[in-house]
Ligand binder design. Structure first.
Ligand code: AMP
Length: 222
């Protein structure tokens, strides 16, 4: 399966991708995590993208497209992938289609997690991330008074600078302006699975599983 997890920041993409990895045994390719790893490692690319990320702006298409082209050709991505955070512009989506075409592959489904602006803002203001592995946690205001360590690797949990309220509002605007046009792009390709991302984590997971099973069945009977 070649999947795209699609939605605004805070829509629940990171939360849902774990169960997709387990179910389909394919890697998640999360461009935000990849960029943060570059920053932690202090690479030239990491330096180049820092100011865009901290301001909540998109990193230029050319950088993102080069990064994803290389990643898609690594051995673990040959049997499938879950893209999280890419594509974010029509130019990125077109470049992805062209790259997959060359590899004689295609996107099978785009899972769009639909969430209202207010819910996105509420969620992101309670979101903590692990400094070393990027695992994400949502705490209630009470839980946030005593933030534990990451349960994956014991790393320190922190609030990402771009999860601050003024940057969050800008990231949502950037999503609406540059990324939301992909809803039409993938609807035209009959690939969009439009899911209510405000249901419980379990209900969203069940809806995704049901739709992907139906797709697989459909593909099998063709
Ligand atoms: P995320 O972790 O997906 O919220 O991404 C964090 C930040 O990384 C974004 O606000 C952008 O600055 C940058 N970024 C991640 N993916 C992309 C992309 N596909 N295109 C442009 N910028 C990106």
């Amino acid at each position: 399966m070649n999947l795209i997890l699609f939605g605004a920041p805070g829509a629940g993409k990171g939360t849902q991708r774990g169960s997709l990895i387990d179910t389909y045994q394919i890697p998640a390719i999360a461009t935000g995590d990849m960029l943060r790893a570059q920053r932690r490692a202090g690479t030239a690319l990491g330096d180049q993208v820092t100011s865009y990320m901290d301001r909540g702006e998109l990193v230029p298409d050319a950088l993102m497209i080069d990064m994803i082209k290389e990643r898609l050709q690594e051995p673990d991505a040959r049997t499938g992938f879950i893209l999280d955070g890419f594509p974010r512009t029509v130019a990125q989506a077109e470049a992805l289609d062209a790259t997959l075409d060359q590899l004689r592959r295609r996107v099978d489904a785009v899972i769009y997690l639909r969430v209202s602006r207010q819910v996105l803002i509420d969620r992101l203001s309670h979101r903590y991330s692990c400094r070393s592995c990027d695992a994400v946690y949502n705490f209630t205001p009470k839980q946030a008074l005593e933030v534990p360590r990451c349960t994956v690797d014991g790393g320190e949990l922190y609030q990402r600078p771009d999860d601050k309220p003024e940057i969050v509002a800008h990231r949502i605007d950037v999503f609406l302006k540059h990324t939301a046009p992909l809803i039409d792009y993938y609807t035209t390709q009959h690939k969009l699975e439009n899911i209510d991302g405000q249901m419980s984590v379990e209900d969203v997971r069940a809806d995704i599983t049901r739709r992907l099973s139906a797709l697989k069945k459909g593909a099998g009977s063709r």
